[in-house]
Design a protein around this ligand. Sequence first.
Ligand code: UGA
Length: 447
Amino acid sequence: MRLGIFGTGYAGLVTSVCLAELGHTVTAVDKDPDIVATLSQGQSTIHEPGLPELLVNNIKAGRLKFTTRSEDAIAGSDIIFVCVGTPPRSDGRADLCQVEEVARTIAPLLDGYKLVVEKSTVPARTARWISWTIRRLAGPEAEFDVASNPEFLREGTAVRDFLQPDRIVIGADSGRARSLLLDLYRPNFDCPIVLTSVTTAELIKQTANAFLAAKISFINVMSDLCETLGVDVATVARGIGLDPRIGGQFLNAGLGFGGSCLPKDLSALIKVAEENGVDSGMLKEVQRINSARVERLLSKLETALWVVRHKVVAVLGVAFKANTDDIRGATSLTVVPWLRAAGANLRVYDPAAMQKLEALYPPDDHLMYAQSACEAARGAHALVILTDWDEFRSLDLERLRSLMRTPIVIDGRNLFTPAKMQAAGFEYYSLGHGDVAPSVETQRIAP
Ligand code: UGA
């Protein structure tokens, strides 16, 4: 099929590359000429495992091209995917300006029947507005449908998630739209396909992300109780997760959920519930619990250091989670300014996302970007872990301890166990494992 894709952000780029990989002819549009130039040269604009190879291969095979010209993506296309951003507004609603702009762009360029498909996460009933906008601008004769086909891609494993999906959701209100999307996916995938109405598909996506967020906040509440009772939250998570009704995934306690999706989609769903007169109390509680996670970490740091001013603090992890360079909604965006305001000297390291933080907080006398975790730890009074990179899990603890001025670790992602850290001579604070006081040999030396 010939496909037009609007937006080359995380979802748009992965969708474009993977649909080309399945053999379709894809034209992806972005307004930013620099992004289009970079992608056209086969260079990925995002850090996503597996993507660079597929990008190059599909450009070479002539199945994938990038352009700033909307008309090139629309002319002759069977399906147009809307993958533009829907960032949060200050009131919590999703900002749909970019979605509306795509609808306005498409309307005058329709050259025969088109299926316009929402891939971006949008509040339930957004398709109605897209449809209304195109109809108003293209006139009563225009032939088109608007469908919803939400993506369930996780950053870091997005290529695999796209090519090996656990389910495909197709929300279409006409037979023609439904058939087109089934023709697109059926030949390549044998996973369950949920065929439903457009509004239901929109709500499935919002519900999925809200449920994932709720699961994380739930285990985080339990983790606080575990700490108090001297119980290991990871064991509790395993004990409940083996029940298939609960499932073992998304039960990692710690700093909670960040990123560009879960926090934003939860806020938007709260607004949808409120606007429709439905009790949003539970969703708000999920949000409140999540916001408190970083405060808990910072209070542990203060407990460990007493006075933060002039202390050297190593920060490991800038990205909102491992295997991505994305810092949207990352805990580092709260922790770094807080520590700076508290007068700490920071040494920050992340395997992939440092440049993005550096653009917001350039290095200065109190903020240094290190080339490795060990360099960040050198001379530190405390080390704070914010992201669950495997590289941090496999750190040489003996070396790490020898580099630090005082061996204090505040582990926001529970990468280690208290027993292991105690054996390695650390004063260890986690979110859900219980804290470990320093043993006699590792008592703090004077700062
Ligand atoms: C999320 C969903 O998982 C995807 O299914 C969805 O398609 C995507 O949003 C989207 O709407 O586009 P993503 O934002 O890439 O994907 O990240 P997740 O893997 O969901 O992680 C979100 C946050 O939760 C991260 O900060 C992560 O560290 C945290 N998390 C995750 C936990 O704190 N505990 C866990 O057990 C799992």
